[in-house]
Design a protein around this ligand. Structure first.
Ligand code: ADP
Ligand code: ZN
Length: 517
């Protein structure tokens, strides 16, 4: 076997392995089953390409990203490596060349799209071709519950058993649950040698803002970063179009992107984004996995992402070159309600829904954090010993107050009205507003009526939003989003726990604190 260090210099032209790479390369070279979790941009491809060259025989690489496969094949060929790809994008000539090289036994790396695994011919071809290793890129695509699920990835385990060769799986996204699924489906439940790299991307600045004129907030953020490439993620297709228009009117070079556009138009945006400087793409999450531009300087979320995994993957597209990049995520009570509803009304089984609520909670935990955002983010992914200094809360600590009494009053309003109402009506009760609805329901007779005079309407909205964010209350989808108390709120209601809340950070009211204490 050739020496990895020599190959690193001779073929890849690098002086040294990056942190983590060497251990993975050694394990893969030694023919062990491996699972490597590395942040995007960490240098995953080298960890299977180099062992493929060091080892005898052919390595088959399964990847869902045709464009990236083709780039890698091109780069390997340019370095004098016998590599090829079988994808739907092949010309007949390319395909013939791959088959010739397979026959001659000279091919070292063969990239195939997962769809290929559906044909029995592929497996036969690979066993005849002296395939000695399988590498799986974007291994989280095997997870049925992730948003990148590829049904054909479920055939990879079968292929591994049929060929009886080691498998090396790579991914950048892997919460504990997805990791388990990868082990079950790719390795028959036998834990492979697992490598987890720190997830921190210290060059990414993290910031959240409560929505308060969201279009203006996005424009302000973009205006402060003129002529820098950026992505704005939106929750709906329609919004990508209107927001791109608004950005153009503000003098930006901007275009929209979503799954409803035809393929050519989408390709066109992808190409422009990678080639032009300073283009802003306003997109749904359809603009995603294949985006491979190292110098994206900022990512903004105009709406709250679906989960902490989604959030980190999306902002993770910025700053892959390692130089500073900024991110901003906007959110508000409607976002929280929308995301909860999406989970509740989905078709997943109950335990799955509970897990999805937990992933959303983890994200809301960042949104409503009191100290640092990076710390809870990375702890969620299992990192410890986190240093930050590069998030909006580390830069400026938020004003907080003891919200125990406020939360208890709000819970009391919810419970005394039978968990049947949303924030608007509950706030009217707390403020003692005798609206028609309040009178019609006799809610002006409740002991809770008018007990919340210490805050104004905005103040109470901030309290309810944070209660949602901390999962003390949830909108009930079967009651038009009326709030229900969760188990997590019981200790506060019973006076067994206290809670610290943020004074709100809505800019408009900056000189007039929305929450008086
Ligand atoms: P990902 O983990 O996202 O798949 P890549 O494999 O595309 O990342 O690597 C990201 C970048 O880092 C590439 O430009 C690659 O050439 C570079 N890279 C990888 N390993 C090294 C190394 N040991 N030294 C220097 N650059 C490296
Ligand atoms: Zn921080």
């Amino acid at each position: 076997m050739q020496d990895p260090q020599t190959l690193l210099a001779d073929i890849f032209g690098f002086d040294a392995f990056r942190s983590g790479q060497r251990d993975i390369v050694d394990a893969v070279c030694a023919g062990k089953n491996t699972l490597a979790i590395m942040p995007t941009g960490g240098g995953k491809s080298l960890c299977f390409q180099l062992p493929a060259l060091a080892r005898d025989g052919l390595t088959v690489v399964i990847s869902p990203l045709i464009a990236l496969m083709r780039d890698q094949v091109r780069a390997l060929r340019a370095a004098g490596v016998q590599a090829g790809a079988l994808t739907s994008g092949n010309t007949e000539e390319e395909t013939d060349m791959v088959f010739d090289a397979l026959q001659a036994g000279t091919l070292k790396l063969l990239y195939i799209a997962p769809e290929r695994l559906a044909s029995t011919g592929t497996r036969d071809m690979l066993s005849r071709a002296n395939c000695t290793m399988i590498a799986v890129d974007e291994a989280h695509c095997v997870s049925q519950w992730g948003h990148d699920f590829r049904p054909d990835y479920l055939r990879i385990g079968e292929l591994r058993r049929a060929l009886g060769v080691p498998l090396a799986a790579f991914t950048a996204t892997a919460d504990a649950e997805t990791r388990e699924e990868i082990v079950t489906r790719l390795f028959d439940g036998v834990q492979p040698e697992t490598f987890m790299q720190g997830f921190d991307r210290p060059n990414l600045n993290l910031a959240f803002e409560v929505k308060d004129g969201p279009r203006r907030q996005i424009l302000d953020f973009a205006n402060a970063r003129r002529d820098q490439a950026g992505i704005v993620y939106c929750g709906t297709r329609a919004k990508t179009e209107t927001l791109a228009q608004a950005l153009r009117e503000a003098g930006h070079s901007a275009c929209h992107y979503h799954g409803g556009m035809d393929k050519d138009d989408r390709r066109d945006v992808e190409r422009r984004f990678s080639q032009e400087d300073g283009l802003v793409v306003v997109a749904t999450i359809a603009f995603g996995m294949g985006v491979d531009k190292p110098d994206i300087r900022w990512v903004a979320h105009a709406d709250l992402p679906k989960s902490v995994e989604g959030y980190y993957q999306e902002i993770g597209r910025a700053g892959r070159d390692g130089t500073p990049a900024d991110t901003l995520t906007l959110y508000g009570p409607d976002d929280i309600r929308f995301r909860r509803q999406q989970i509740d009304e989905g078709l997943a089984p109950d335990d799955r829904k509970a897990a999805d609520h937990a992933r959303l909670n983890a994200l809301l935990g960042l949104a409503e954090a009191l100290e640092c955002r990076r710390k809870p983010l990375l702890e969620y992914f299992g990192d410890t010993d986190i240093t930050c200094g590069n998030c909006d809360l580390c830069e400026k600590a938020p004003d907080t107050f003891d919200g125990t009494v406020a939360v208890r009053k709000a819970l009391s309003a919810i419970l005394r009205t039978g968990e049947y109402f949303g924030a608007g009506h509950l706030i009217d009760i707390l403020l003692g507003n005798s609206t028609d609805k309040v009178q019609a329901r006799g809610h002006d007779q409740l002991p809770t009526f008018g007990i919340g005079g210490e805050y104004d309407k905005r103040g109470w909205q901030a309290v309810f939003r944070q209660m949602m964010g901390r999962d003390l209350i949830r909108p009930d989808p079967s009651r038009h989003g009326a709030f229900r108390m969760t188990q997590a709120a019981r200790p506060i209601l019973r006076d067994e726990a206290t809670i610290t809340l943020r004074k709100d950070t809505i800019k408009k009211g900056a000189n007039r604190p929305a929450v008086k204490t």
